[in-house]
Design a protein around this ligand. Structure first.
Ligand code: ZN
Length: 465
């Protein structure tokens, strides 16, 4: 057994040991959750001001013993740009730095823990700006459990699944620098046997892989789920998952309906992100509940004022209570959410949110094949120098604009994207990669439309060079 595998097995055992408590917390009453959050918030701020030079200065005036969710709202907001700029001062282990994490991420295929305990992931996020996040031993297990604990509760209560690990098939990210792929690798074997089908494979290969695996649970991006539901309704995909997990993109009503029709199964929506893990996760009543034992989620308007239940927020301030390695306190996420005012019939006291209705990353349709945006996201996310990007579909491929902070080999990036497109079945793909100083933002200054399918590319086209 390799050193990595031995360490990973210890991590699996740790996650299994944590599971009953994390499942139990799903049933805690609201007062108990609130008291727990306050206690953990104080612990978080104590750790941040104790070990992070940047937070020590920034939160110098905070009276930690009086801090609660009301006074939290007086603390400054942390943006992603600020996080990346002050990363080395924010992180709580002085051996870590952004450069050290980037170096680690560059070799992540081999499987390893940084300093024997850290896992790093990257994210494009909804605005297209690259982020790097790091979790320690304990918080990485909680990250995973916050996403799968609902499914584990089903698994552990099902006599048919009692004697064996359940099979969870993930049709998700192809690269281990991405949260879903990274956690599937770390925790393979913890209650679940993971089957991973990269979303960048051609649809027929994904269908064949799923028919082979006969998963008990299926996890997929909504855009893929939609394609798979149609494959199932056409009779080509023949699986019977007990639960279907959807995440990383908005679960549009027509996608939820198609999946429910195809499998007669319950669709669990997961609002997952690199910054918070399972920030909200679905129950069997079709609601999506915020992980209110692990996070403080403040829905706010554009000016940062709290919005009332029932109203859609413009963004969210997230405080991650469980990751002390990289403290995120009132971290700005540009997702729009609506907290629902009524309680859920399932009885959970965790507040619930409506399915996020924001934009869906569009699938590019070429003659005979469909290409998931993750193909581009995955290749672009591997380039540490690329901080923002925009991908426009062209008739024979794509034109990619990148904003770089460090030298990037545009030719190598172009060749990698072209090779990935060819593997997806696109013949002789034409790819253009161009470095730009700024990206065109459609529909307001905050949101960057990262993927522009052919029918949405605004004229005039600028792809001929
Ligand atoms: Zn519920």
């Amino acid at each position: 057994m390799s050193d990595y595998e031995a360490l990973r097995q210890q991590h699996v055992a740790h996650a299994v040991a944590l599971t009953p408590r994390l499942i139990e917390q799903l049933d805690w009453p609201a007062e108990r959750l609130a008291a727990y959050r306050t206690a953990r918030l104080r612990e978080l701020v104590r750790a941040a001001t104790g070990r992070s030079p940047w937070y020590r200065k920034r939160l110098a005036d905070v009276d930690i013993d009086r801090l609660d969710e009301t006074t939290l709202a007086e603390l400054p907001v942390l943006t992603k740009a600020e996080l990346m700029e002050h990363f080395d001062g924010i992180i709580t282990d002085r051996r870590l730095s952004l450069a050290r994490l980037e170096q680690h991420l560059g070799a992540v295929e081999t499987g390893s823990y940084l300093f024997g305990r850290y896992t790093a992931i990257t994210s494009g996020g909804s605005t297209g700006q690259r982020g790097v996040f790091v979790y320690d031993w304990d918080s990485w297990a909680v990250f995973w459990l916050s996403i799968v604990r609902g499914v584990l509760r089903v698994k552990l209560a099902d006599p048919a699944l009692a004697g064996r690990p359940a099979v969870l098939a993930s049709v998700a990210a192809a690269h281990f620098s991405h949260g879903t792929a990274a956690m599937a690798r770390t925790f393979a074997g913890a209650h679940l046997t993971g089957i991973r089908l990269p979303v960048t494979l051609p649809t027929e290969e994904i269908v064949a892989g799923l028919n082979d695996a006969q998963p008990d649970f299926l996890l997929a991006y909504p855009s893929v789920l939609y394609i798979l539901a149609r494959e199932a309704l056409a009779g080509r995909l023949r699986i019977a998952p007990r639960r279907i997990l959807a995440g990383a993109e908005p679960l549009l009503p027509e996608i939820r309906a198609a999946a429910e029709q195809a499998w007669d199964g319950k669709v669990i929506n997961v609002w997952g992100m690199s910054e918070g893990g399972g920030t909200a996760a679905g129950c069997d009543q079709g609601s999506t509940h915020i992980s209110e034992d692990q996070l403080i989620v403040e829905p706010v308007d554009l000016a940062g004022r709290p919005v009332a239940p029932g109203e859609r927020s413009a963004k969210v301030y997230l405080t991650n209570l469980y990751n002390l390695a990289l403290p995120l306190i009132r971290y700005e996420i540009t997702d729009e959410i609506t907290v629902l005012p009524d309680p859920c019939p399932c009885g959970s006291a965790h507040r619930r949110i409506a399915d996020v209705q924001g934009r869906l990353d569009d699938v590019f349709v070429y003659p005979g094949i469909r290409v998931h945006p993750h193909l581009f996201r995955s290749e672009l996310g591997r380039e540490a120098g690329v901080i923002e990007y925009q991908v426009r579909q062209t008739p024979a491929g794509a034109a990619i604009a990148v904003r770089c902070t460090a030298p990037v080999s545009l030719d190598r990036l172009r060749d990698r994207v072209a090779a990935a497109l060819a593997r997806s079945g696109l013949e002789r793909p034409q790819v253009i990669v161009e470095a730009v100083d700024r990206l065109e933002r459609l529909g307001g200054p905050a949101k960057l439309k990262r993927f522009l399918p052919l029918d949405r590319v605004p004229a005039p086209l600028n792809t001929g060079r």
